[in-house]
Design a binder for this molecule. Structure first.
Ligand code: SF4
Length: 198
């Protein structure tokens, strides 16, 4: 029942009597239908009514790999819940997985990086694009300098032992697939690991 706090007492009492189920039941209204309704409950809408797309994903937090349904309106995620079709989680999510929506939509999410130049004692705030450019440049340079096509005995290895990759548990299935493809298949890196497996 939504009655403004400033409404006069008479108006509040009228609203209570209108929505109170006992007088409605005594007057013969359906106990499980209209007698149980109030102005507030009549105006309630299903929380996913506005979703125009439902996608599937995997919870990014741990190696259990619970399946999720992701509800979106336009390009915005509006809700994430467990997928009941999954034999792993059967529609459930633990508290961490159930908080995925808050992680994806957090206005406090950090979008810049902290950078400390070689030999410097000061951290600098840098844009993410700047960091990505720098990482790409350093990876390419290191890979070019250290790539080993063959061992001295002629064994073909096509790898570099100079770069390692450690993924975080918030990387999803698809991102991990691409990272493995890029690092191991594309760059020849040997040490490709993920925190979720450590
Ligand atoms: S919902 Fe919980 S148990 Fe399932 S994958 Fe996510 S963190 Fe792991």
């Amino acid at each position: 029942m939504s009655i403004p706090k400033t409404a006069p007492l008479q108006e509040k009492l009228a609203g209570m009597l209108r929505d109170w189920s006992i007088p409605k039941q005594l007057s013969g209204e359906d106990v499980f239908g209209s007698a149980a309704e109030s102005e507030g409950s009549r105006n309630l809408r299903p929380r996913l009514e506005e979703a125009d797309k439902i996608g599937t994903s995997i919870c990014p937090y741990c190696a259990v790999g619970c399946a999720q349904l992701v509800y979106a309106k336009g390009n915005d995620i509006i809700h994430i819940e467990g997928d009941p079709r999954s034999p792993i989680n059967q529609g459930t999510l633990c508290p961490k997985g159930a908080a995925t929506f808050g992680w994806a939509n957090n206005p406090n999410r950090i979008t810049t990086v902290k950078y400390r130049a070689p030999y410097s004692t000061q951290w600098e705030e840098k844009p993410l694009d700047w960091a990505m450019e720098r990482i790409a440049h350093l990876v390419k340079r290191t890979r070019d300098e250290t790539f080993v096509p063959k061992l001295p005995d002629g064994t073909i290895v096509n790898n570099t032992l100079a770069i390692a990759e450690l993924g975080g548990a918030t990387l999803d299935n698809e991102e991990n697939y691409l990272i493995k493809k890029l690092c191991a298949g594309g760059l020849g890196m040997v040490w490709v690991e993920n925190q979720a497996r450590v």
